[in-house]
Every structure is written in structure tokens, then in C-alpha cells.
Design a protein around this ligand. Sequence first.
Ligand code: B12
Length: 232
Amino acid sequence: MNVSGIVKKHLPEAREYIVGYADLKDLLPVKYRQYAYGTVIGRRLDDKIIDSIETGPNLGYYRLYQEVNRELAEIATGIETELRSNGIKALGIAPTLTNTDRGETFDRTLSLDFSHKMTGTRAGLGWIGKSDLLITREFGPRVRLVSVLLDAPVECHEPVVKSECGSCDLCVQSCPAHALSGAMWDIDTTREMIFDAFKCREKCREFGEQRIGKGARLCGICVSVCPIGKRI
Ligand code: B12
């Protein structure tokens, strides 16, 4: 079975996912350089729950977030294991922060050394919106992402290199943290030109404490208001 056959086999319901393949040569930090390619998988998020968080997160969104993280982590591990048993070097990257990612460097930068969104643009799934989220053509930002790095050449998709948000700035206007500058993305745009990650995290912390508890840090308003992928 080829790589894409193995990937598909691990997706429980094909229509709930989008999959892309990216050429990542020279884009990864040294520790991942043996992997020149990557597959990125987007799991569609439940529309009812995403529609319900237009003014802020709720318990349903928190549960969805945990459930989808768990599901994507299992998918990535399953794909990694099966590719390896077929002689292909592969490495699944967790959908979210793991305990080993935490610590001083992360707290100072709010950045990891692997970006699922960059893999998404390189795999042609969509562009980085004014929200700093990956806006996919099928589901807008209503997806959670996971990636598996590969050392085997795969047929890659055409990368997306600039934003297609146009004049829409609903996410910028709706951001309760005023974390979005309204700048349009292209591949030379840094996160800091679009987005203040520290302001966003502070608001996520505040919402988490007020509405969810248990140390949750979530917002999601920018996911909910984006007209791309919205079905009602
Ligand atoms: C740290 C983190 C946060 C931080 C900082 C967010 C940020 N935007 O950087 C905080 C806590 C604030 C946060 C908040 C949220 N997060 Co968060 N977060 C992450 C995490 C763990 C790492 C992100 C990171 O390292 N960023 C560092 C910068 C440098 O990279 P980047 O922003 O990912 O991508 C930039 C570059 O790659 C560049 N780029 C894109 N294409 C290309 C191509 C080339 C060639 C080049 C050179 C560059 C380039 O453009 C991007 C511009 O910012 C990722 C998981 C992961 N490992 O990717 C999830 C992730 C980004 N988060 C996600 C989500 C959903 C959220 C929240 C909605 C949380 C919530 N559920 O309520 C909010 C939304 C915030 C927002 N508007 O972006 C999703 C995004 C899904 C999507 N559709 O885009 C991710 C991918 C998790 C996942 N598995 O799906 N998050």
C-alpha cells in the first residue's frame, strides 16, 4: 500500500477530514531535517458547537477540543506506526502542547518548533487568515490539525502563498483581546505582524477561568465568526 492509502485507512470517516501533502525541505528545524515531506490532516469541527461560541467558549467546546486532540493524536500514532512497519521513516507530531513542550522557552515565545499551519499552507489546504488561523477551502478555520513527517517522496500539493481574506475583517473586529492587527498574510509575513499571541493567551485564560474551570484556556471566537466554512 502506498503512503496515501495508509493515511486514508486511519481516518474513521473520510468526509470529516482533509488531507494534504507538503514538501518541507529546508523549512524544518535541524532535529526534523531527516524528514523532507509531511502529511497534514484537518479534522472538521462540529458546526453546532462552533456556532455556539460566537461570543466565547463553553463546556461543549472544551470537550470537543479534548476529544478531537485525543482522536488526532491516535491517528498520527497509527499512521506513524504503520508507515514504519512498511520501511518508511515517519514521525507524528502531536496536535497540541505536550508536557515536554512546556517550560521556559515556550512560555517566553508561545511558539513550538513545528507548525501544523505552515504544513497546511505548504500542502495547499488553505492560507493564513487575518485571524492567524489556517483557513481551509473546505471547512474554513473549523478544523484541528495534526501532521506526520515522512522521509519518503510523496506527490505534494501546490502550496498556497498568500491570503484570500480580501476585505473581510470580522475576526479582527470580533477578537475580545484586540490581538489581531488586520494585516494580510503572505509567506514573508511573521506571526507578530498579524497577531499578538500573548494578548490572545491572556483572554483564553480569563475565559477559561470564568466559563470552564479546570485550568482550561480557550477562546475560539475567531474560529466561529469566520464566514468561510460557516454553513448557516
Ligand atoms: C502555541 C499555540 C497557541 C498560542 C499561540 C498561537 C499562535 N497563533 O502562534 C495561543 C495559546 C495564543 C494559541 C491560541 C489558539 N490556538 Co493554538 N496553537 C499553538 C501551537 C501549539 C503552536 C503554534 C506555534 O508554534 N506558533 C508559532 C508560529 C511561528 O507558527 P504558526 O503561527 O503556527 O505559523 C506561522 C508560520 O508558520 C507562517 N507560515 C505559514 N505558512 C508558511 C509557509 C512558509 C514557507 C513560511 C516560511 C512561513 C509560513 O505563518 C504563520 C503566521 O503566524 C499550535 C500547534 C502546532 N504545533 O502548530 C496550536 C494551533 C495553532 N492552535 C490552534 C487553535 C485552534 C487555537 C485557538 C482557537 C485555541 C482555542 N481552541 O480556543 C486559539 C486561536 C489563536 C489564533 N487566532 O491564532 C490550531 C489552529 C487550527 C487552524 N485552523 O489554524 C493549532 C494548529 C492546533 C491544532 N492542532 O489544530 N495557540
